[in-house]
Design a protein. Structure first.
Length: 146
């Protein structure tokens, strides 16, 4: 925070509400959870902003024209920020490390609508031309960790 302030920046910590139920589903509980974990202004010397608003619906649609998405829904306050410094920590998640940083930016900057879009088209697909009815796909699905 000090270095950003030395460069005349106005630092803040930010996060977005989660799609799943829990302590980060809406901004009031989300902020309370952050404070309970030591992220109070008096400790970090900067405010915390929940970038997609009280209920996760403060968003901006951004055109990206990519194969999977033509537009994405980004948290409004992240979209309005001049600079974003991603601070990714190791979590042991399968997307940790560099992949974790990409996940934190790609999903973490999305509004609730954006997160839903990112998750809504994930389902097994069968290519009829190459399927030989071996049923291995069924075994793989049934043994996947939840």
């Amino acid at each position: 925070m000090d270095r950003v302030k030395e460069c005349k920046g106005k630092p803040f910590l930010t996060d977005t509400n989660t799609l799943y139920r829990g302590m980060r589903q809406e901004a009031v509980s989300h902020l309370t959870n952050a404070y309970d974990h030591g992220f109070a202004y008096s400790v970090i010397d900067a405010p915390i902003l929940i970038a997609d608003g009280l209920r996760g619906n403060s968003a901006v649609t951004v055109r990206i024209d990519k194969p999977l998405f033509k537009t994405v829904s980004i948290a409004r306050d992240i979209h309005m920020a001049d600079v974003l410094i991603g601070v990714t920590h190791f979590t042991g998640h399968e997307l940790s490390g560099f992949g974790g940083a990409l996940k934190n930016l790609g999903m973490g900057c999305a509004s609730r609508e954006g997160k839903l879009s990112e998750h809504s088209n994930i389902s097994p697909q069968v290519k009829k031309k190459t399927c030989n009815a071996c049923r291995r796909c069924l075994t793989a699905v049934l043994t996947m960790p939840s």
